[in-house]
Design a protein around this ligand. Structure first.
Ligand code: S3P
Length: 426
């Protein structure tokens, strides 16, 4: 689908709710499937990725159904059954890596597969620790499909070279089935929704800085309401910052500190942004974000903040093209392992728009403010975050642009365009 970004508005204005957090949506289904009893998950994400997680766990014999438009009921016996077919994770790395951690400890054979993009993404990062725990996993080239011959696992102490919440969650879920105490440590803290939700559901889990330990645990069912996704809110935040005269209020957004790197960057850049009405819901910080058009300056983004904004780097790159002075993004080499090689694809797209931006091995350099030209077609590389980042860039180009493959936005945010239409104002 080719989408033309129309210039049918003057600014962005209003108050909106952003759809549910994708990471928490996945985890709420997976952990409820492990808990004996009935869990209710309210405000569940309508993205295609969390739908893949639902299908995988239905295929493993768990009773999961929608009881209203956004409410899912998971009725589990706490047992998973040998699936009748291949478990299709679609485009979703979180579905595959978290499911692998569970299936490694179950007494049956299963196969996890994915679409073309997911089949190219590295799985050695989970095969290695799971194999150390005694898991039997077969794959060609250490990518999907993964054949998992489930067996009894034993605990390990694992020190990861990368700050990845998917790897951490995979090992913790395997550790929760293993004899002994599994200890996982990472170089910087990656998103900690797994730790928060498992603890909330009664798991034997302890965190200590960048380290987390887990023992065999029984989970209790939950009744939760999922907050809005800060990674989806990021497109509206950046749009308000760069479209003159804009002001938006985004309601009920997840503000877990392991996810709010983008807010820190915006403050450093001089953006006018504030948090209203902060509270804690089911262990997660939540609040409203108010943001308005701002004069911005460039900044350096590296080190511990990278895992806290990893999915926002494409949209931060768009923002940096509108800031005075240099922005340098480094230590973000894992961006090359996402739904596309996001260092390459973001730089190529923004250059096509006329932005001054350079690719580096572990990030990018954006020397300063450039007017974006437009009058071209951008490729999404079948990557939802590129589709949405380029849409936002297209709001401020001199001439109209079109985006090829815009439908990929639906992987995380099917109502993205509808919500933009709601806040466009004349
Ligand atoms: C996610 C973790 C991150 C992130 C992805 C979602 C999660 O991936 O990029 O979109 O829900 O655990 P990595 O663990 O590969 O960094």
């Amino acid at each position: 689908m080719r989408k033309v970004i129309e210039k049918d508005f003057r600014c962005l204005n209003g108050e909106i709710e952003i759809p549910a957090d994708k990471s928490i949506s996945h985890r709420s289904i997976i952990f409820s499937a492990l808990a004996k009893g009935k869990s209710i998950i309210r405000n569940f994400s309508d993205g295609q990725d969390p739908q893949s997680t639902i299908k995988v766990f239905q295929n493993l014999g768990v009773d999961i159904e929608y009881i209203s438009e956004k409410t899912v009921c998971v009725n589990s016996q706490g047992i998973l059954y040998k699936p009748n077919s291949v478990l299709d994770c679609g485009n979703s790395g979180t579905t595959m890596r978290l499911s692998a951690g569970i299936l490694a400890g179950r007494n049956f054979i299963s196969i996890l597969s994915g679409d073309k993009s997911l089949s190219k993404r590295p799985m050695k990062r989970i095969i290695e620790p799971l194999s150390q725990m005694g898991a039997k996993i077969i794959s060609t080239k250490e990518t999907a499909p993964l054949l998992i011959n489930g067996c009894d696992l034993h605990a390990i102490e694992y020190s990861s070279q990368i700050a990845s919440a998917q790897v951490k969650s995979c090992v913790l879920l395997a550790g929760m089935q293993a004899e002994g105490v599994t200890v996982y440590s990472e170089p910087y803290l990656s998103r900690n929704h797994t730790e928060i939700l498992l603890k909330y559901m009664g798991a034997n889990i302890k965190t200590d800085g960048f380290s987390v330990s887990i023992e065999k645990s029984e989970l209790s069912p939950i009744d939760i309401s999922i907050c809005g996704d800060i990674s989806s809110a990021a497109y509206f935040i950046v749009a308000a910052l760069i479209v003159p005269n804009s002001k938006l209020i985004l309601k009920n957004i997840g503000l877990n500190p392991t996810r709010t790197g983008i807010l820190d960057v915006i403050e450093k850049m001089g953006g006018k942004i504030s948090i209203l009405d902060k509270q804690i819901i089911c262990g997660e910080e939540v609040g409203d974000i108010q943001v308005e058009y701002s004069q911005l300056k460039g900044c350096e983004i590296s080190g511990e903040i990278i895992p806290r904004l990893i999915d926002e780097i494409p949209i931060i790159a768009v923002l940096a093209t509108q800031a005075e002075g240099e922005t340098i993004i480094s230590d973000a080499q894992d961006l090359r392992n996402k739904e596309s090689d996001r260092i390459k694809t973001v730089v190529a797209g923004l250059r096509k728009l006329g932005a001054n931006i350079e690719e580096t091995s572990d990030g990018m350099i954006i020397p300063g403010k450039t007017e974006l030209e437009g009058d071209c077609v951008l490729e999404t590389s079948k990557d939802h975050r590129l589709a949405m980042s380029f849409y936002v860039a297209g709001l401020i180009t001199k001439k109209e642009i079109s985006i090829k493959g815009f439908e990929w936005a639906g992987i995380s945010f099917p109502t993205f365009e509808k919500l933009f239409t709601k806040v466009k104002s004349n």
